[in-house]
Design a protein around this ligand. Structure first.
Ligand SMILES: [Zn+2]
Length: 85
């Protein structure tokens, strides 16, 4: 996954939470020392939240499709009834 690849190159600043390159000793945004090891936990949270959001997006898309299908089926039922009557 793209995010997982990205993780190899960047981490999140412990101080300002901005994304910085893993190699940086100091955060270019706030100047704070790059506490990369401690940030692994934060990053894990960020990415699991991302994954959760993506899963939710997928679920709501599926729900939308399902309700469309139900609409279509209703329409077909009415058509069928119309033909019989
Ligand atoms: Zn920072």
């Amino acid at each position: 996954m793209y995010e997982r690849l990205l993780m190899d190159f960047v981490c999140v600043c412990h101080n300002c939470r901005k994304t910085i390159e893993r190699e940086f000793l100091y955060c270019p945004w706030c100047g704070k020392e790059n506490a990369e090891v401690a940030d692994n936990v934060v990053l894990d949270n960020v990415f699991s939240q991302l994954e959760e959001k993506q899963a939710n997006d997928r679920n709501s898309r599926i729900k939308r499709i399902e309700s469309k299908i139900i609409e279509i089926e209703k329409g077909l039922d009415e058509l069928e009834l119309g033909v019989r009557n």
